[in-house]
Structure formats: C-alpha cells, structure tokens
Design a protein around this ligand. Structure first.
Ligand code: AMP
Ligand code: GLY
Length: 415
C-alpha cells in the first residue's frame, strides 16, 4: 500500500510512524514532511505546492490513500479533488469542512440540531456587532469566523476589551478575511477535553480522550498556541461525562450530519468544555489534533492503518479499538518567542538512543545531516507510563536531555 501524508508537524510525523507499523505499507510520501519523516525507512519527503500538483503526483505514483493533516487544505477542498481523481482521501469534503472553516456555520448547525454549546450571536456588520456589546453579558468570547491557526479567539473580561477585539478582527483585519464575520459567545468556565471520533459516514468510533494545554505559559497563562502538550486519557473525563457527551454532543451531531448530507469518511475532533459536570461543544475540528495525535497514538494497540482503511470503506460498525494500559504524556518543545516571533536555525542536541520516549519532529530540518530548528513548535516528546505520574516523569526526564538555543516548554503538562 502506498500512502500520502500531508503536512509538516509533529502530528504528521506520528501519523507516518503509526502507518509504518503495518507491513503492507510499502511507501509513504510526506508532503512536505519534516526532518523527522525524512529519516524514516520507506518514507520520502516531497515538496508539492498546489492541490493540482498533489492530485497529479497521487495518480502518477498510484497512491492508495491520502491523509491530510491540517485544516487549511481540507477547507480548500483537497478531499473533493482527490476523490474526483479516484484517490481515497481521509477527511471531509469542502462542504463538511466548513464545520471547522466557519465558526458561525458550526454554531448554527449546533443550534439547529440541539448540540449543547455556549449561547452566541453572529455578525457580519461591524456596526451591529459593536451595538450588541451594550447588551451582551461579560466576560464574552469574540471569535473570528474563519480559520486563524487557533489564534482568532479573544476572551474579553470587559466591554472595552471587546471593542478592541472587534476592531482588531473586523476593521484592522488582523486575521484577513477570516474576520469578515464574528461570533460573540457566552464565556464558559471549566476544564477542556479533546475528543476524537472516527466517522465512516454512518458510524462514529470514539478514540481515547485527551487533555490539551493550549496556552504558552504554565497555569494556563499567556496567549493561545497550537498546543503545548497533552495527557491522554484526559484525567477529568469520567464515565458520566462520556455518557453526557454521547447524548448531548455526539448523537445530535450525527443526526445533523445525516440530515444535512454532510457525511464523509474521516475524523471529527470535538473541542469540549466541561462546566459544572456538563459537556459543552466549543468547536468542531475536522482533522486530528496536534499534539493530541502524538499522545493518543502512543497508546493505540490496534493497527492504525486498518482503522483508517476501515473508515474509508465504511466498515467501522463493530470495530473495537485496543488501547495499552496506562497513560501518555506529550510535551512540546518550542522556540523562544513562540507563538509570537522567534528565531530558527539552532542545532538540536541530545536525541540519542538512550531516550525511551517517542520524539516527533515538527519545526525541524536537517542541515548537513544535523537537526536544526525551523519552526515555532520544534518537536514533541511522548512517553507512556503505567499511570500519568509515571508517564510525566519518563517524559520530563527525556525533555531534559534534549537541548537547543531558546528551548521553551511547560513543566505542568498533565497536572
Ligand atoms: P476554539 O478555537 O473555539 O476552540 O477556541 C480556542 C480556545 O478558546 C478554546 O480551547 C478555549 O480555551 C477558549 N474558548 C473558546 N470558546 C470559549 C468559551 N465560550 N468560553 C471559554 N473559553 C472559550
Ligand atoms: N491541539 C489543538 C488542535 O490541534 O487544534
């Protein structure tokens, strides 16, 4: 089997490693891949810049399945294009990808089908949005409608902050056309859980829950990032909460997808906030999380390639996933300054055979055979232990062994 993995993050490195565990996988093309995927046997990094180029390459090489990692290509309709060309692609078509690509669309969908979520209003007129601030309760959350790499959400304690946020998004166009519309949402307080469910068009198959740490600073302070680390399973996710999630989020979502003809073969990653023992859906993501993938796949004991091909052929019913006992802890090492500006090009030292954790590369390139930093999130260290405490201690032991100039990480992942 020949596979294409699209993307260049730690998630894509982990996906590639998971596919490679299956002996039927003869070749994986990583587009563009990174300094980690470059080193893997049977893997080749390929630089393809356009969807046309990707489709042509898949045809020429006889790719059996393509797995887009991130949301940008999905929203552009990469799955539609690959499917038209007869190539099996994991993920939503352009229409279903709007559940991630437009927050207003997603909220209207949740509202229509009774998926429990925070109260909201959406506006495409700056004047109307500004007017609404005089009646809206605070704190409030202001969100740019379109994709903004996880940065288009601003929590506003007071009305003045909300006015600034609206100006930034709708007038200054800080997030470009993603700010043509905004969602103004009720603020919820509690803990978050990342819940991924594979979807074959008829059946949902939940994976383990995960706990992402989104803020750059310890104690959840400072600006949002793509994710600084993960614990899996999420220690707060009880059986009662799973039941609540299934009833109030998953079931109505399924009903909505079927009624609206938004079915596809891929994954939905539900961004859930638990407030007072009730699950609320903050957002749909139509792809795997990064770094959730690194944490979850380290615990998966079933064959990942079989899971993906089963999803693509509509055969998830009666599938049961096997998971290793214990917990995973994944810590992201970032460049100093991330998620703002940062420098790159520093040599990464200490990735030696005595490291027992999985090291998944993200912003890493090879220079004269040596790994150097090339991005904001540089790499992630993922360890598995019999419980979270053990996973944390194994993980942080290996985190200490790796060094590069400006290495930045949180010491409280999993706490
Ligand atoms: P989103 O992209 O919608 O998931 O938002 C990114 C992050 O902003 C979430 O992971 C939460 O930490 C925070 N957030 C989003 N919506 C809300 C809300 N209604 N109340 C509190 N925090 C929120
Ligand atoms: N870790 C959050 C995300 O992938 O969106």
């Amino acid at each position: 089997m020949k596979i294409m993995v699209l993307g260049s993050g730690g998630r894509e490195h982990a996906l590639t490693c998971a596919f490679l565990k299956n002996r039927d996988v003869e070749k994986i093309y990583c587009v563009p891949g990174n300094g980690g995927t470059e080193d893997l046997e049977k893997c080749e990094n390929v630089n393809l810049k356009t969807i046309d180029g990707i489709v042509r390459f898949c045809r020429e090489k006889g790719i059996d399945l393509a797995m887009p990692g991130s949301e940008a290509a999905l929203v552009k309709g990469i799955v539609d294009r690959l499917t038209e060309a007869g190539i099996k692609a994991f993920g939503p078509d352009r229409k279903a990808a709007m559940l991630e690509g437009s927050k207003a669309f997603a909220k209207d969908f949740m509202n229509k089908y009774g998926v429990r979520t925070a109260g909201y209003r959406s506006f495409s007129s700056y004047k109307d949005a500004l007017g609404y601030l005089s009646e809206c309760p605070f704190p409030a959350v202001i969100k740019a409608d379109g994709l903004a790499a996880g940065k288009g959400v601003i929590i506003c304690r007071r009305r003045e902050e909300a006015e600034d946020a609206l100006k930034l998004i709708m007038v200054d166009k800080h997030f470009g056309s993603s700010g043509d519309r905004v969602v103004i949402e009720e603020f919820l307080e509690g803990f978050e859980a990342s819940i991924h469910c594979f979807f074959d068009g008829k059946t949902f198959l939940p994976l383990l829950s995960a706990k992402d740490h989104k803020k750059i600073g310890e104690g959840e302070r400072g600006p949002n990032t793509g994710g600084m680390g993960v614990a899996a399973p999420n220690p707060g996710m009880t059986d009662e909460l799973w039941e609540d999630f299934n009833k109030n989020i998953l079931a109505p979502t399924k009903e909505g997808l079927l009624s609206e003809g938004l079915t596809f073969q891929g994954v939905i990653f539900f961004g859930v906030l638990v407030q007072n023992g009730r699950c609320y859906l903050l957002e749909y993501n139509m792809r795997m999380g990064d770094p959730e993938t690194q944490g979850m796949l380290s615990l998966l004991d079933s064959d990942f390639t079989t899971l993906v091909t089963g999803t693509l052929s509509g055969k998830l019913e009666n599938t049961e996933l096997k998971w290793k006992e214990g917990c995973a802890c994944c810590v992201v090492l970032a460049s100093e300054g991330y998620p703002g500006t940062y420098r790159t090009g520093y040599e990464i030292k200490g990735i030696t055979p005595d490291i027992s954790s999985n090291i998944y590369m993200a912003g890493v390139q090879k220079k004269e055979g040596l790994p150097v930093t090339s991005g904001g999130r540089v790499l992630s260290v993922t360890a598995v232990g019999s419980n979270l405490e053990e996973a944390r201690s194994l993980c942080y032991r290996d985190v200490e062994k790796i060094s590069f100039k400006g290495k930045t990480f949180r010491k409280d992942i999993g706490l």
